[in-house]
Design a protein. Structure first.
Length: 78
């Protein structure tokens, strides 16, 4: 599936691959430091705002005001 969608549209328990992160450069850098960058796989643990993600072995809580994250949904069994 090559369709890019905003992270906000990914549902609970679903996996996605980060395709693009745009917005304020400071926030893009901070997200990259936390592992949210092009090509990484994330799992949505709680959709909405705040959004809670699993990135590698970490859990992150994002409100999303400063960056736009576009993803490709993945078909991975939880």
């Amino acid at each position: 599936m090559d369709e890019l969608i905003p992270l906000e549209l990914v549902g609970w328990g679903e996996w996605a691959e980060v395709a693009e992160v745009s917005g304020e450069p400071t926030w893009i850098g901070r997200l990259a430091e936390m592992g949210v960058r092009h090509g990484c796989r994330i799992k949505v643990l709680q959709p909405g705002r705040p959004c809670i993600l699993q990135v590698g072995g970490a859990r992150l809580s994002l409100r999303g005001e400063h960056a736009q994250i576009l993803v490709r949904p993945l078909a991975i069994a939880s």
